[in-house]
Write a protein that binds this ligand. Structure first.
Ligand code: UDP
Ligand code: MG
Length: 337
């Protein structure tokens, strides 16, 4: 019998987590498999953590949980979940029931036919028109620039084989752009479509600005082509400036010297200044990434897991002293997990 792990990152999902848990157990319980749920509380500020504890108490055997010391972001939460997961196959899904649990059966079927990654791609029906048009445009543009293929509508909802999971967690980088990582590791990948559902409760953690930043990450995380672009742009501009200089010289020789072009001059200076700033920013962005990578900080800090939980009178309150192996510890880092 194969064992399936389901990794669920949760950030402020108090409103929906119980409903999610009931639905997923219903679906998984009906399948001829063994399963475990790996919840990751990404430093939620509401009662998510206490709900997870309660769920773990109720279904002790099939529940793992990890709770972070603060919000480290979904990428870190997924990494923690993948490290916890012990199954032959691992499904990653959101806690808000936007990823229909019923699709897991289909995923398992495809997994058993030998696929290493089974991706559920959502259709954009029901999305806001502007946003889906922007996304389509972005993906069309970005795929010319990055080395890995990024696909519209493909998110983190997918099944990964053990080998694919091991490959993912062996990548040590600090800046984890998982859309790119998933694509980078390869393995025999298959995709099927599903109709996106609306969030059941709670609210999305994505603001428009964070989407823009995410888009920038997508461009920069996977290659140095933007730097190449900077070189080509610089060369083109110098070429144009050379031609312009020749043109001016010829005009001066044939028509005499005049001093027009105040507007042209200002436009060129400001325009070039802008290009230079942009390129500096671009280089700075790469250096910033090098800076973060060289610090070798852990991806997240753990406050408590189902195994480190203290079973003393304080347990059950928000008061958590993560104890590992009987030694009092405030936190464990991800390198120790
Ligand atoms: N999430 C997380 N950490 C964060 C933000 C989000 O673990 O900092 C989780 C969240 O709880 C949910 C999933 O990531 O399970 C997707 O988040 P959300 O539904 O807000 O994103 P959307 O579906 O709108 O893209
Ligand atoms: Mg969602």
């Amino acid at each position: 019998m194969i064992k399936l792990s389901v990794v669920v990152p949760c950030y402020n999902e108090e409103a929906v987590i119980d409903r999610f848990d009931a639905r997923i157990r219903e679906v998984l319980g009906a399948l001829p498999i063994e399963y475990e749920l790996c919840y990751v509380d990404d430093g939620s500020k509401d009662g998510t953590f206490l709900r997870l504890r309660a769920i773990a108490d109720e279904h002790e055997k099939q529940t793992r949980y990890v709770s972070f010391s603060r919000n480290f972001g979904k990428e870190a939460a997924m990494l923690a979940g993948l490290r916890e997961a012990s199954g032959d196959a691992v499904v990653i899904m959101d806690a808000d029931l936007q990823h229909p649990p019923e699709l897991i059966e289909r995923m398992l079927e495809l997994f058993e036919r030998g696929h290493g990654q089974v991706i559920a791609r959502r259709t954009r029906e029901g999305d806001k028109k502007v946003r889906s048009a922007l996304s389509r445009l972005y993906y069309r543009g970005v795929n010319k620039w990055v080395d890995v293929e990024l696909t519209d509508g493909v998110g983190d909802f997918r099944l990964l084989s053990r080998a694919a999971v091991d490959a993912l967690i062996s990548l040590p980088e600090y800046n984890r752009f998982s859309k790119g990582l998933f694509s980078w590791i390869g393995f025999d990948t298959v995709t099927f479509d599903y109709q996106n559902a609306a969030r059941e409760a709670g609210e999305t953690k994505w603001k428009f600005s964070s989407l823009l930043n995410y888009g920038m990450d997508g461009l920069i995380s996977f290659n140095n082509r933007p730097l190449r672009l900077a070189i080509w742009l610089g060369l083109t501009l110098s070429g144009l400036a050379g031609l312009y200089a020749i043109w001016i010289a010829v005009a001066a020789l044939t028509q005499g010297v005049s001093a027009p072009g105040y507007v042209t001059l200002v436009a060129i200076i400001v325009g070039l200044g802008g290009v230079q700033m942009m390129m500096l920013g671009l280089i700075g962005e790469y250096i910033g990434r090098i800076y973060y990578e060289t610090k070798r900080r852990p991806h997240f800090l753990v406050k408590e897991t189902d195994r480190s939980r203290t079973r003393h009178p304080f347990a059950g309150s928000d008061y958590a002293v993560g104890r590992m192996d009987g030694r009092a510890r405030v936190v464990a880092t991800d390198r120790e997990m």
